[in-house]
Design a protein around this ligand. Structure first.
Ligand code: C5P
Length: 237
């Protein structure tokens, strides 16, 4: 069974804190996620910094707009040289195809490798009440599969999905689809605002490619120790 790889979410309110954390985790963590708050503060500098460390970069801006705007945004992301970025699958097939086209053009322009595009299916912070509020009919698993299929048919490489949906997605979508899972916690730790959580070990069984962890590592008293514990959890029997 292949082991999913840890991506640490740099969900900080300052670029300095993010840089310090990456230095602390050097050699242990090799994939980082940059979200809107950090990117708005630091801009392309944080991407250059991470590239300088030789780590991989997941730019998680979750694009959701009209196709022409998404195309222009994805063009800029393509020029940045990141490894993955996200769009909301609920933006629809035309919007996702615009993201694919924009990213390809941008990376061609900058002579870089095109990033993989991931469709966000349903946010892991959503419970049934939120789904009802926004008019998404149940069952969740069917909605997630429908959004994942839409994402892949539009030419994207994979999806963000809750851990509990990974096994079904892997079975239905096959090995080529990248599956990235947020909302991951070690057993007995705090859930924060995540509603549908799993452990790293669960993901080995279900077949995820990557998992994202933020607060359990970045807000830990000893982030290096916390990251090591997570990696050990993956290897345990
Ligand atoms: O701190 P925590 O481990 O909960 O962080 C999870 C990260 O994954 C956050 O940066 C959040 O934006 C992101 N994410 C998520 N659920 C999704 C997609 C992304 O929690 N469906």
């Amino acid at each position: 069974m292949k082991k999913p790889q840890l991506i640490v979410a740099l969900d900080f309110d300052s670029g300095m804190k993010a840089r310090e954390l990456c230095q602390k985790l050097r050699g242990v963590v090799s994939y980082y996620k940059v979200g809107p708050a950090l990117y708005l503060q630091e801009g392309p500098d944080i991407i250059k910094f991470l590239r300088g460390l030789g780590v991989k970069i997941f730019l998680d801006l979750k694009l959701f707009d009209i196709p022409s705007t998404v195309l222009r945004t994805a063009f800029e992301i393509g020029r940045l040289e990141v490894d993955m970025f996200t769009v909301h699958a609920m933006g629809g097939g035309e919007m996702i195809r615009a993201a694919v086209e924009g990213a390809l053009e941008g990376s061609r322009h900058a002579k870089t490798t095109p990033p993989a595009i991931l469709g966000v299916t349903l946010l892991t912070s959503w419970n049934e009440k939120v789904l009802e509020e926004v008019g998404i009919s149940l069952p969740v698993e069917e909605r997630v599969l429908q959004l994942a299929q839409l994402t892949l048919n539009a030419g994207a490489e994979g999806v963000i999905a809750a851990g509990e949906n990974v096994a079904v997605l892997r079975k239905e979508l096959g090995d080529q689809c990248l599956i990235v899972v947020p909302g991951v916690r070690l057993r007995g730790s705090q859930k924060d605002d995540q509603q549908r959580i799993v452990t790293p070990k669960d993901l080995v069984r279900s077949g995820a490619d990557y998992f994202v962890m933020g607060r359990p590592i970045i807000a830990a008293a000893e982030p290096l120790k916390a990251a090591r514990e997570v990696i050990e959890n993956l290897a345990s029997d």
